[in-house]
Ligand binder design. Structure first.
Ligand code: NDP
Length: 403
């Protein structure tokens, strides 16, 4: 018997709640709260139709800690699953501490006035969660999330140490729009326009955004331009695998996306500092996000596959010298839509959020304090990926990557 309270009602939440309802033996009672209750109701209606399960819905501003505490006390969940925006991470963690309940999210805290992705704010909660006998699991999406678990699977089954790690995130989907982001536009554009950063020989190396590019031939997608950028799992992966000499993150973008983004940046539409407009303050990026297509509306028209994975080079566990392995998942946008009514990027994040929740509720992953995905046994999580729509494959490559 497990009661869960999910916060946020976007594409990721929709997938996660559907998947929870399909696994009613683990998630016996599902509650969904967000800023706009009608979005929760729409998800609940779809879940009823597809899975025959009831989802209770509520309106909440998750930044209002006392209101969150009241809601948690009313629902009495075993776990709060935060699928709202990174800005809400800390208030929701505060509410969980006050109400005495476990916590999970998919993206690290980011202050609204600074595009800075760092775990330091959430790691600072470790002692308080530990003293309260509670667990917080950070970053249980795909990247971060599955990419962290993939890397630890290498460490358990293939490589004694990792010398080089490259995470490759390819969305080969076509949504038929001139410009749209496939998860929250504000968070996506903040991430993409931030300077690139990678780990090399014990320090962070910064390069301007979208400057370092390589072409990579992705299975089930084909050749794509992948751009080096910063991604939050680089921080936790290099913390928990201190032997890594070089760790980089790459994401594919089409020429049309880059063209639109460049123009929007050049005219100041991606700025996060407030400007005065007709007597009131607005933030250009928030205005832009309001006029862009909503990610949860892209599912119906999106075709093609995502292909996300990790390439690691290091000393083989079996003593056979240096080896390079590539592990990845391929996800079909059409299949994701067919199953849950959402496109593949929401699917690849929502499914791992459900699996991380299952790991915690079943006691398979257990601990007091704040944890990253790297700190637990990857095998049960990897088994559930295979069973719940995100199967993975691994192959040995001839040698280290040459880009
Ligand atoms: P959406 O923008 O589609 O959904 C976010 C939801 O949060 C909306 O329903 C929104 O409400 C709600 N929300 C925003 N502010 C508040 C608030 N103050 N109180 C309550 N609810 C609020 O985002 P996605 O579904 O695309 O993404 C969800 C999360 O997943 C994000 O944190 C994103 O960074 C993360 N993510 C992680 C990935 C990974 O692989 N680890 C990949 C992709 C996303 P409203 O409808 O009113 O706006």
């Amino acid at each position: 018997m497990s009661t869960v309270l999910v916060i946020g009602a976007g594409g990721v939440s929709s997938v996660c709640v559907h998947k929870m309802a399909f696994n009613a033996d683990i998630f016996t009672s599902i509650h969904l709260a967000s800023r706009t209750k009608s979005k929760c109701d729409a998800i609940a209606a779809s879940v009823k139709e597809r899975a025959g399960q009831d989802v209770s819905t509520y309106e909440i501003d998750a930044e209002e800690v006392p209101a969150m505490v009241n809601l948690i006390r009313k629902v009495q969940p075993s776990l709060v699953v935060n699928l709202a925006l990174p800005y809400q991470d800390l208030p929701i963690m505060d509410a969980c501490l006050e109400a005495g309940v476990h916590y999970l999210d998919t993206a690290n805290y980011e202050p609204k006035d600074e595009a800075k992705f760092e775990y330091k704010w959430q790691w600072a909660y470790h002692d308080r969660f530990k003293e309260a006998g509670l667990m917080a699991l950070l970053g249980s999406g795909f990247d971060p999330g599955v990419t962290s678990v993939f890397t630890m699977w290498f460490k358990k089954h293939k490589l004694k140490t990792i010398r080089q790690l490259d995470i490759l995130d390819c969305n080969g989907g076509d949504h038929g729009q001139a410009f749209a982001t496939n998860f929250n536009p504000e968070i996506n554009i903040r991430e993409v326009t931030a300077p690139a950063r990678h780990w090399e020989n014990g320090e962070w190396v910064e390069t301007p955004a979208m400057q370092v590019m390589t072409e990579f031939d992705f299975d089930a997608v084909g050749p794509k331009n992948a751009y080096m950028m910063y991604h939050e799992e680089l921080e936790s992966l290099t913390k928990f695998n201190p032997e890594i000499e070089r760790a980089r993150f790459w994401m594919t973008f089409g020429d049309e996306y880059i063209k639109h983004l460049t123009v929007l940046q050049n005219v100041g539409m991606t700025g996060i500092d407030p400007i005065k407009y007709q007597g009131r303050e607005i933030i250009p990026l928030q205005f832009l996000a309001a006029v862009l297509p909503k990610p949860e509306t892209l599912g119906e028209t999106t075709t093609g596959n995502t292909n996300i994975g990790c390439i690691a080079t290091g000393e083989a566990l079996d003593g056979s010298g240096e080896k390079t392995f590539y592990i990845n998942n391929i996800c079909s946008h059409e299949a994701a839509f067919e199953e849950t009514g959402n496109q593949g990027v929401s699917y690849t994040t929502g499914v791992p959020a459900m699996i991380g929740s299952a790991m915690m509720l079943s006691g398979t992953w257990i601990g007091d304090g704040v944890f990253n995905m790297e700190e637990f046994d990857p095998d049960p999580f990897m088994d559930m990926l295979n069973q719940h729509g995100l199967p993975w494959q691994v192959k040995e490559l001839d040698g280290p990557v040459e880009f």
